[in-house]
Structures are given as structure tokens and as C-alpha cells.
Design a protein around this ligand. Structure first.
Ligand SMILES: [Zn+2]
Length: 298
């Protein structure tokens, strides 16, 4: 685990009728880029999803709870999968990290083309209940922010505004990353929603404000006015839950024949964790131990 300066603030505004979550996720998104060697448009797509994951993770009440965000579009990226936990960690990956597309006419990364415009956005919340909560909506634009705005409106019946962004530097490292999620409480008068939307429309993008040196607190004041009430502040960092034992369990599910072939033909096996890129080596003896274990359990 590396240290992280990332933080997420939860605040109330408009006399407590609007909840705002604002996140600086630079270190998280840069760590994902470094681990998965994502190229810019993938860094942006995965980073936007991870930023929303971090925000949703900050709402979890128990450290064992977790929320999974899955964006499955028909674009070249394939699937984006992000898991955030109640212990303020996020992990995730995109199926295809190496995609290069022309910039859009406005000079921005073409996230929509990379993700695709057909497909689904799914959120699974595991809150320690017997059945996890699962909501899914069709992809709207593939720009991620709009897709989750639609998800919140349709699947969670919560009118929301989402602004997420990743600014990639010339050397492909992450320069800025952050996000803002605004949600109105039920029965909020339309005037409040209109006022909030007006403020948002007048606002530059998250990455522009961060690039201009704005602190999260400054941005909250711009969005909510002077009546900002900060209710929570959390850190967030990249962390994976993989271990050699866990991957040994996955290896075992391959079965006797496959494992024996690996032992005889490759004299071992190397497994790579999808979520963090960590490599795990199993030598011939360890494979044999796994094979023996299958036998004793049958
Ligand atoms: Zn891992």
C-alpha cells in the first residue's frame, strides 16, 4: 500500500436539502494507471469510474461492506470493474488498458468511443445482508458521469448531478483527478433543484478547478454557496484484497487435469491479479500440494 493524499468530503447545502460528495482522487487514479499501465483514454474512463466508486465507498457504514461498479460497453475497453470498500480502499481494472484513439474535436479524450454507447452500468452493494443490492441501467453516453447520473435517477430514484474528470499529463501520468456528486433529498422543492443546476452549469469542470488550485472546500462553496455544512471527511487509497492463498483457491478450481498439465509442462504457474497486477508464482511442489488437496477433498 502506498500513502495517499486523496480525500472525500461530504457536505450539506441549501438548508440541508442537498448532499454533496466531493473527491480528490489523484493518487488513486495514478496508482491504477501505474499498476495497469493504462493509456490516456483508459486512464480517464477507469479513473472516472474509480472516482465514483471512491465516493460511493465513502457512504458505506461498515468496513466489510463493499460496492462494485461495472461498466460494460461495446467499445474497445471491454469491461471496467471497480470495487470500493467501507475501509476506504478502491481497486479496479479495465479489460483492455492499451487503447489509443484520436482526441475529440474539443481536444478532450474520447472516453465515450472507448467505452461504447451500448451496454450497461451496474452497481452492486454488498451491505452484509443475505442478498446484495443490485441495480442496472443501459449506458447513456459512455462518458461515465452521465451514465451514473442516469443510474442514480432511474435505479435509485435519486435526482443527482455528477461531475467526474481525469486530466492526463504529457507523460501519460495523472495530473488531476476528482469528482463531485450532488444528490437532493426526497421532497426537495424544484426551486432548490433549479438553483443547484444553475450553479453547476456555471461551474468549470472538476479538473479545471483543481488545476487552478481550488481546494475541495472552495469548490463546495462555489456549488452550495456560503451555507456549506461539512459533515464528514475521509481518506481513500488504492488497495487490493488478493493474496497467495486466495489465488491458490482459484487455481484449485481449475481441477486435477489442468493443474497436473501445468506442473508437468511449465513446472509451475504464474497468476496475475486482475485488480492490482500483482504476480503470484506457484512452483511444482506447490502445484502438487494443491492437486493432493483436491484428491483428499473428493
Ligand atoms: Zn490484487
Amino acid at each position: 500500500m502506498t500513502s495517499s493524499k486523496d480525500r472525500i468530503i461530504t457536505a450539506l447545502g441549501f438548508e440541508g436539502q442537498v448532499v454533496a460528495y466531493i473527491a480528490d482522487t489523484h493518487d488513486l487514479v495514478e496508482e491504477m494507471r501505474r499498476r495497469h499501465d493504462t493509456w490516456p483514454v483508459v486512464t480517464a474512463a477507469l479513473g472516472r469510474t474509480a472516482t465514483l466508486g471512491a465516493i460511493l465507498g465513502s457512504t458505506l457504514k461498515h468496513e466489510k461492506h463493499q460496492v462494485t461498479l461495472q461498466v460494460q460497453g461495446d467499445g474497445p475497453i471491454g469491461r471496467i470493474l471497480v470495487v470500493a470498500t467501507g475501509s476506504q480502499t478502491v481497486r479496479g481494472y479495465a479489460d483492455e488498458p492499451h487503447i489509443m484513439l484520436d482526441l475529440k474535436q474539443n481536444g478532450k479524450l474520447d472516453v465515450s468511443r472507448a467505452v461504447g454507447t451500448e451496454g450497461s452500468v451496474t452497481v452492486i452493494k454488498d451491505l452484509g445482508l443475505r442478498e446484495p443490492y443490485r441495480g442496472s441501467v443501459p449506458i447513456v453516453s459512455g462518458e461515465i458521469g452521465e451514465d451514473f447520473t442516469y443510474y442514480f435517477a432511474v435505479s435509485e430514484q435519486t435526482p443527482s448531478a455528477v461531475s467526474v474528470g481525469v486530466l492526463v499529463d504529457r507523460d501519460y501520468s495523472v495530473k488531476r483527478a476528482g469528482g463531485l456528486l450532488l444528490q437532493v433529498l426526497p421532497q426537495t422543492p424544484t426551486e432548490v433543484i433549479d438553483a443547484m443546476e444553475k450553479r453547476l452549469a456555471a461551474l468549470p469542470s472538476m479538473t479545471t478547478m483543481l488545476e487552478d488550485g481550488a481546494r475541495l472546500e472552495d469548490i463546495l462553496t462555489l456549488v452550495l454557496g456560503d451555507d456549506v455544512q461539512i459533515v464528514n471527511e475521509q481518506s481513500v487509497m488504492f488497495a487490493c484484497t488478493c493474496s497467495k492463498e486466495r489465488l491458490a483457491g482459484i487455481l484449485q478450481t481449475l481441477g486435477h487435469e489442468e493443474l497436473t498439465a501445468m506442473r508437468e509442462e511449465q513446472n509451475g504457474a504464474e497468476l496475475v491479479c486482475h485488480f492490482c497486477g500483482e504476480k503470484y508464482q506457484f512452483d511444482a511442489f506447490e502445484l502438487q500440494a494443491l492437486i493432493d488437496h483436491i484428491h483428499t477433498n473428493n
